[in-house]
Design a protein. Structure first.
Length: 183
């Protein structure tokens, strides 16, 4: 598998996550508004070495194995500042995940980042289908999936940092994505 490329959008630079990003992730990530709807595998309270451990022991080995692709999210006007992360995963019913620090939420930045990595999933990795799980109360994530043309295919329950919650699985096919992205 070739290296994860840097991706660019109108306002963002999506740079492959590196071990050197651990300090910035540690500063931006451990906020309740960021973690509450993430999978319970995220430790809470977040440990002081949480970002380093995650990058070193989980994310970067999965990238090296060709099973995951992780990017830091940075503004083009401030490329040294990490403001979030977005990932693609080759896991059943779990192909994309993301987080954005609170100061940058509500500006459409995650929509831009999601379009870029979804294009990568379908156009570069040539995957036939994308499924994304989310905590049902996570309305921002739900709206992002709706705007992307995804459809709700299943509901159940799962454990999140905030506790046991209803979970939704959203899906879009490669054909659907490419058709709506054609000018």
């Amino acid at each position: 598998m070739e290296d994860t490329p840097t991706l660019y959008t109108e306002r963002l630079i999506l740079r492959p996550l590196q071990l050197e990003d651990a300090e910035a992730v540690q500063r931006q990530f451990p906020h309740w508004e960021v973690v509450r709807y993430l999978n319970v595998a995220v430790p809470w309270p977040y440990p002081e070495d949480g970002a380093l451990s995650y990058l070193r022991d989980i994310a970067l080995p999965a990238v090296a194995a060709g099973q995951e692709w992780h990017w830091s999210i940075r503004l083009q006007r401030a490329p040294q500042q990490l403001i979030g992360a977005i990932s693609l995963m080759d896991q059943p019913d779990n192909h994309r995940g993301f987080w954005l620090a609170p100061a940058w939420q509500g500006q459409g930045l995650m929509t831009e980042a999601s379009v870029a990595v979804t294009d990568y999933w379908f156009k570069t990795l040539n995957r036939p289908l994308m499924r994304v799980p989310k905590a049902a109360p996570n309305l921002g994530s739900r709206r992002l999936s709706e705007r992307a043309g995804m459809r709700l295919i299943r509901t159940d329950e799962d454990d999140f940092v905030a506790g046991r919650l209803p979970r939704e699985i959203w899906e879009i096919t490669r054909e659907q994505w490419l058709q709506q992205r054609t000018p």
